[in-house]
Structure formats: C-alpha cells, structure tokens
Design a protein around this ligand. Structure first.
Ligand code: ZN
Length: 147
C-alpha cells in the first residue's frame, strides 16, 4: 500500500531527507524518488548529498494525490503503478487505435516495467508526443505523417 500511495503524513516536515531516506520511508525505489525530483519535487540543489525538505516533500505528495492524470506533460505517460507521469522506457510508445480518431499510447514504465497507457486523440498526437518515438499501425501511418 505505502508503495502505491505514499502517505504525506509519514513525512516529518521539520527535518530534511536524502533520496535514500525518502525511498526507505515509503518502501519505494530510489529511482521513484528521483523521478519525483524530475517532476518538480524541490531540493537544496546546490549541495551534496541532495536533501529534500520534509515540508516540500509533504506538499509535493499532497499535490500529486489530488492532481491525478492531468499532470502529464508532452512526452509523458502516466504510470498507474508509480503514480507519476513520466517519459516511457526508451522514449518509445505504440499507438493503438480505439475508435474514430481516438487511440491509446502504450509504453513501458522505465522504473517498474508496468505497461503505461495514455489516451490520445490523433489530431493532438503531435502536441503531446514530445520526445516519444511513436510506432503507428500500418493503416494509420499516412495520417501521422500529414498531422
Ligand atoms: Zn512505473
């Protein structure tokens, strides 16, 4: 449970944490914590080792809980297991047609190897793809090229 739902209340707001300590606190992988750092968790970035203020950590986790899937930036897909949007493994995704101009981007999470899904509309594919190298089904390749 703690792995999937890091509880902001476990954080002591008056102390600071290293990446390892945060990982330990939530029973999660260091890479997951590093991923939070990439997605806006603040640090004392001038010093080593990196320290994360408890106050910042609690606020970040709280915000993440309420924000949900809309936090995906271009080039990101939401991993339901890690509960963070992130660039897929190898920056590769496959477009699977659903209906009309709607499809799913399917990719692999670089941290936990889970399948990541992002619902996309074909006309917006260029806006959201970012750095992702998207494999299109044969039948739709001409649409992707003209988009
Ligand atoms: Zn994941």
């Amino acid at each position: 449970m703690t792995k999937r739902h890091p509880n902001p209340r476990l954080v002591k707001i008056h102390r600071s944490y290293t990446v390892e300590e945060v990982a330990k606190l939530f029973g999660t992988h260091r890479n997951t914590v590093r991923n939070w750092l990439k997605h806006g968790l603040p640090t004392n970035d001038s010093k080593r080792p990196i320290l994360i203020l408890g106050r910042d950590l609690a606020a970040y986790l709280q915000a993440r809980r309420t924000k949900n899937k809309q936090t995906c930036q271009p080039g990101e897909i939401y991993c339901v297991r890690c509960r963070v949007p992130k660039a897929p493994a190898g920056n590769m995704a496959e477009y699977k047609h659903v209906t009309g101009t709607v499809g799913n981007l399917i990719a692999i999470c670089p941290d936990c190897d889970a399948i990541m899904n992002r619902r996309v509309s074909l006309p917006k594919l260029e806006q959201i793809r970012g750095e992702i190298d998207i494999t299109m089904p044969q039948a739709l390749q001409h649409i992707n090229e003209s988009a």
